[in-house]
Design a protein around this ligand. Structure first.
Ligand SMILES: [Zn+2]
Length: 213
């Protein structure tokens, strides 16, 4: 079960990924995480990536692909994997395809959790966090008993700097610009699955199971 997962920030990707890991006993391969791990482990590809990063340069696609390949060859990927956060460009998608072909594997499904932007903006901008204990609330879905005051410690509730409509909209814009060509790429290959991410978490999970079996 080789899966790729797409979802805008706030679309519930993390929750569904957790479920997939358990149900199918496959690991989530997040490029940021494996890049850090490769550097810590001092693998050939990790050292190469570190050189670029130390110079303040972007790690080239070929190095990232090498790091992903190393990771996919580990035992825990024998039953499959969930690729997360990669590819971000068509060039990367093509390189990934080529690499997987060399390994004799291919992607089974690319799953996208589709949530309209305005809903995501509402989910994120409604968040309130306690300044003192870090407890999290939502003005609509999980309001504090007394407005602006933490239920647990009485601390002041604030909006995180990154949770403003402007920041969220910018992130969404970047997400759509990045993913639109990839959606087309994988749709043409017949493996793109666009799921309604506005449903209850359990319903989305059921839809995913229907697709993956
Ligand atoms: Zn508190």
């Amino acid at each position: 079960m080789n899966i790729m997962l797409f979802g805008a920030p706030g679309a519930g990707k993390g929750t569904q990924a957790k479920f997939l890991i358990e149900r199918y006993a496959i690991p989530q391969i997040s490029t940021g995480d494996i890049l850090r791990a490769a550097i810590v482990d001092g693998t050939e590809m990790g050292l190469e990536a570190k050189k670029y990063m130390d110079d303040g340069k972007l790690v080239p696609d070929s190095t990232i692909i090498g790091i992903i390949k190393d990771r996919l060859q580990k035992d825990d990927c024998k039953k499959g994997f969930i690729l997360d956060g990669f590819p971000r460009t068509i060039a990367q998608a093509e390189a990934l395809e080529e690499m997987m072909k060399d390994m004799g594997i291919s992607l089974d499904k690319v799953i996208s959790l589709n949530v309209p932007d305005e809903l995501i903006v509402g989910r994120i901008t409604g968040r309130r966090v306690c300044k003192e204990c870090g407890a999290s609330f939502h003005v609509e879905f999980n309001p504090a008993k007394e407005e602006g005051k933490c239920d647990f410690c009485g601390g002041e509730l604030i909006t995180r700097k990154d949770d403003t409509a402007e920041t969220v909209e910018k992130r969404l814009e970047a997400y759509h610009a990045q993913t639109a060509p990839l959606f087309k790429f994988y749709s043409e290959k017949g493996i793109m699955v666009d799921l309604d991410g506005t449903k209850e978490v359990e319903e989305v999970t059921k839809d995913i199971i229907k697709v993956l079996g």
